[in-house]
Ligand binder design. Structure first.
Ligand code: AMP
Length: 170
């Protein structure tokens, strides 16, 4: 199955010069969505994963299905001010702007093996910030799984030393 058929390019969104990779056509197709989830999990079949860490907002869609399938816990990383309990936060730069991301302080216990999931890796800034949060809390980053990789933005470089798996490459 060629998942690229289900990714729509939207030029100049959310700002001029960015080609936004819209994953909603993929979500509309049941077979494509299942195939995407399976493909994102496949490389980590043999790995112990205690929890999946997913990023607001599109990361939640893939991360929750993956956590369900793996019987793993799900940690949600949200934008500043959205989580109700005590948080730990980190700021980082995006392909288009600045962002601060938070997770609950009690979401990771020492030694937890965490798989970090998002829909797309661009510069890798988000992913790097999440890895730092996990490690600060005593967790171990098993690796990253992204549906889409924008290879020309060299996100992998920001994640050197980590395992990075991606399903669709541009
Ligand atoms: P980055 O931190 O630069 O790797 O950016 C990754 C985050 O920004 C992910 O949560 C993506 O959903 C979003 N993102 C960045 N660039 C794009 C793009 N061209 N199309 C769709 N989403 C993007």
């Amino acid at each position: 199955m060629d998942l690229k058929e289900f990714i729509r390019d939207v030029p100049d969104f959310p700002v001029r010069g960015i080609i936004f990779k819209d994953i909603t056509p993929l979500l509309l197709n049941g077979e494509a969505f299942r195939f995407a989830i399976k493909s994102m999990l496949e490389p980590y079949k043999g790995e112990k994963v205690d929890k999946i860490l997913a990023v607001e907002a599109r990361g939640f869609i893939f991360g929750s299905a993956m956590a369900y399938e793996r019987r793993a816990g799900l940690i949600i990383a949200r934008k500043k001010g959205k989580l109700p309990w005590k948080t730990i936060s980190l700021s980082y730069s995006l392909e288009y702007g600045e962002e601060t991301i938070e997770i609950h302080q009690d979401s990771i216990v020492e030694g937890d093996r965490i798989l970090i999931v998002d829909d797309l890796i661009a510069t890798g800034g988000t992913a790097k910030a999440l890895a730092s949060l996990v490690e600060k809390m005593g967790g171990k980053v098993v690796g990253f799984s992204f549906l889409v990789e924008l290879t020309f933005l060299n996100g992998r470089k920001a994640l050197e030393g980590y395992r990075v798996e991606t399903t669709i490459k541009y």
